[in-house]
Design a protein around this ligand. Structure first.
Ligand code: ADP
Length: 305
């Protein structure tokens, strides 16, 4: 094992409106990519951060892979599909409110877990595998099972599995399928990083402690419950830790709050920080991200030890 991180999921083309008539800026985004981006910026260069996905063979796919490479993210395990291309979403601004339109139903990333041997090869050199509820949501049912099966095998060989439930009911056929798949994912994970507000909505958790207890019960030894502007809660091997978020006077754009938090937490833990210090660092990073427009920025804070 080289100690690297493998982030598994979908990166999409993002078309964001520019001031003026009908102009858009092309960028790249996706929850697991956002976390990989921040991990890369926080971790020492000697630790690999690799992205596992599938893209097309067209020019836009080439540009996406080049973007990942320029960000320092390894792309050696990005699969190429001749019959598909990358997903895309467009942000629409109407009187200051953002709305999103997606073209991702047939994206190449939906085939990312089609081959168990390819998954095993990518996981083989890694210490940590990271994935989310969105990763699961985009996969056909047999591929979802295949991904969880290979992650379980990776874990049984000493790898660490980290999961953010990132509940997005609109990506699922129905909420029962979503909640069932998310709990199956938690059962193969060491660390779960849920956001309480989403969990309360779809699992009926009355407070962050209920969210933490449910994932601990599923088998996760480390559960960190994010909570917007509220108190965060960790449940690690039965020990409870509460941490306050950073007070933010003006939230500009909450995109990637949770994704950057996850990277901050994992990087700080990797650097030797305890649970409370790692959560405080993650909260500081997320606070910086939500005071900046867009998902991706260069963090200024240095990791705690
Ligand atoms: P997600 O973006 O996944 O829905 P949350 O909304 O729970 O996740 O936010 C993740 C983390 O970002 C929080 O735990 C907190 O540290 C930080 N955060 C989010 N919103 C705020 C806020 N309004 N003020 C301060 N910190 C925030």
């Amino acid at each position: 094992m080289t100690g690297g991180f493998l982030s598994i999921g979908e990166c999409m083309v993002e078309m964001a409106p520019l001031p003026g008539a009908g102009d858009y800026r092309m960028g790249y985004a996706g929850d697991t990519l956002n976390t990989a981006w921040y991990l890369r910026r926080l971790l020492p260069q000697g630790l690999a951060v690799s992205y596992f996905t599938a893209v097309g063979t067209d020019a836009v796919s080439d540009r996406m892979v080049a973007f990942l490479g320029q960000a320092g993210i390894e792309t050696g395990h990005v699969q190429r599909r001749t019959d598909r291309t990358v997903g895309l979403y467009l942000i629409q601004l109407t009187e200051g409110e953002r709305s999103f339109s997606y073209w991702r139903g047939q994206s190449a990333a939906r085939t990312l877990a089609a081959d168990a041997a390819v998954l095993d090869l990518a996981l083989a050199g890694m210490a940590t595998a990271y994935f989310s509820g969105i990763t699961l949501a985009i996969l056909p049912k047999p591929d979802r099972a295949r991904l969880l099966d290979r992650l379980a095998a990776f874990r049984s060989q000493g790898g660490r599995v980290v999961f953010d439930p990132n509940l997005r009911p609109r990506l699922w056929d129905d909420t029962a399928t979503m909640t069932q798949a998310v709990m199956q994912a938690a059962a193969v994970s060491d660390t779960v990083l849920p956001s309480h507000e989403d969990e309360a909505a779809w699992f009926g958790d009355t407070d962050p402690a209920a969210t933490a207890a449910r994932y601990a019960q599923a088998g996760a030894s480390e559960v960190i419950v994010k909570n917007g502007a509220g108190t965060m809660l960790a449940l690690c091997d039965g020990a409870r830790t509460e941490v306050q978020p950073v007070q933010v006077a003006q939230v500009i754009d909450t995109t990637a709050a949770g994704d950057s938090f996850n990277a901050g937490y994992l990087a700080a833990r990797q650097n030797g920080a305890g649970v409370a210090d790692a959560m405080a660092f993650a909260a500081k990073l997320a606070a910086q991200v939500i005071q900046t427009r867009g998902a991706l920025m260069t963090p200024t804070a240095t990791l705690p030890q």
